[in-house]
Design a protein around this ligand. Structure first.
Ligand code: ZN
Length: 411
């Protein structure tokens, strides 16, 4: 029977760097004898001195491990795919469940066990559990990204269900981060979900971003977009950006040193000039496409494969079904990532965008100020004046630390 055999990366020097070889055999045992004859050195990598398969070598026929079938007597059929999957050196041994779950990744030479290990070890932060964050989170979870942070402050509303597929009808009224955690865990219980039920603001963005490898941006407003951009630039974190409006979407990847959102749009448009999705509407499937592309670009960054959308902006017009890629470049005069950046700390993005501060932010600020004032109570007025920025203290000067806040909800 003619079968294809997947050769894992560590053994490929024995097969002349071939990821897949073809062979003919009636059983797995016969196949191994055939391969061992064809590729000197392979036998020693697969078997111990007594000829038994080593304990850290698993062999799959299609997606079934041979230990669950007839071992080396497992019969092969024409067209079967046999995979030799060793435990990955330097990492935890993948469980049998993981090897099965990720078998279609393990078959890809660009992923394989080493790439899957990279995914399992990756930490990705999703800003917003909305239209973009939903498909991004589900596909990243399905792919085995080991840690997913989700930041959102909102609760699920009926109007979200038309596109935010992390949330279901039963979740209306619950916190989006909790609904997200439940959906992600149902998809893949191996994923560690870190739910950040809070409003991302200039006081917490840097600390939060610093805990993750890659930021996936799914925000729905300009203050949050500029805040996320500036924080990612300052921390030199790659950001996979997505945006949608009505029938159009965009995707780009900002990698440290290659430009940022401010290189494209140094300043936000005046308030009201560009309507939000809440005002203008958005086609339900569109965030599914854009968020899925963000997940794909994130996986490429983790694996280091292909050509991510760095220095390129993908524009999608779903009505004409026109996908265009425009070149972008770093602006040496960019205030965030340029040669002499003027933005060296996070600012008040609502004020910067000329927008009023939402009520939820005022509440979070009030709560934060109580907590911080309590903690600082004995140490005097250090910084306390700045804590009330936006409140009654209109005179806090440049020296006072500011507690500016930013609304972050999913699109
Ligand atoms: Zn820039």
């Amino acid at each position: 029977m003619s079968v294809k055999v997947y050769i894992p990366t560590p053994f490929r020097r024995l097969t002349g760097n071939q990821a897949r070889v073809e062979a003919s055999a009636g059983t797995v045992g016969e196949l191994l004898v055939e391969l061992e004859g064809q590729f000197p050195g392979l036998r020693e990598r697969l078997r111990d001195a007594s000829g038994s398969l080593l304990g850290y070598i698993n062999i799959y026929v299609n997606s079934e491990e041979i230990a669950d079938q007839d071992g080396e007597a497992t019969v092969l059929k024409d067209g079967d795919e046999v995979s030799i999957i060793p435990a990955v050196a330097g990492g935890d041994i993948m469980t049998e469940e993981q090897v099965k779950r990720y078998s279609r990744h393990l078959l890809l030479s660009e992923v394989g066990p080493i790439g899957q290990r990279k995914l399992l070890n990756a930490k990705v932060l999703l800003i917003g559990a909305g239209g973009l964050g939903s498909p991004a989170a589900l596909y990243l979870a399905a792919a085995g990204v080991g840690t997913l942070g989700v930041v959102d402050f909102d609760v699920v509303d009926h109007s979200n269900l038309q596109r935010q597929i992390l949330h279901q009808t039963k979740d209306v009224g619950t916190l989006k981060v909790e609904s997200a955690r439940e959906s992600i865990s149902a998809m893949n219980p191996n994923v560690k979900v870190e739910a950040h039920n809070m409003i991302l603001d200039s006081s917490n963005a840097l600390e939060l971003f610093s805990q993750y490898d890659i930021i996936v941006n799914g925000v729905d407003n300009f203050p949050a977009r500029y805040l996320a951009n500036d924080a990612a630039v300052m921390l030199k974190k790659p950001m996979v950006d997505g945006g949608i409006n009505q029938f159009e979407g965009m995707v780009s990847v900002y990698s440290p040193g290659t430009g940022c959102y401010r290189c494209l749009y140094e300043n936000p448009p005046p308030p009201g000039a560009v309507p939000s999705c809440a005002e203008a509407g958005v086609l339900g499937v569109l965030p599914g496409i854009v968020g899925s592309l963000q997940a794909l670009e994130t996986i490429k960054l983790i694996l280091g494969i292909g050509e991510p959308l760095i220095g390129r902006l993908l524009l999608i017009d779903t009505l004409s079904m026109d996908f265009r890629v425009l070149k972008t470049r770093r602006n040496p005069g960019c205030p965030a990532c340029g040669d002499n950046p003027s933005i060296t700390e996070l600012i008040d993005y609502h004020e910067y965008c000329g927008l009023p501060i939402p009520e939820e932010l005022e509440q979070q600020r009030a709560q934060e100020s109580h907590v911080v004032a309590g903690a600082n109570g004995a140490s005097g007025a250090n910084g306390a004046a700045g804590i009330h920025a936006g409140g009654t203290n209109g005179t806090n000067g440049a020296a006072a630390p500011q507690r500016q806040a930013e609304a972050v909800g999913g699109v």
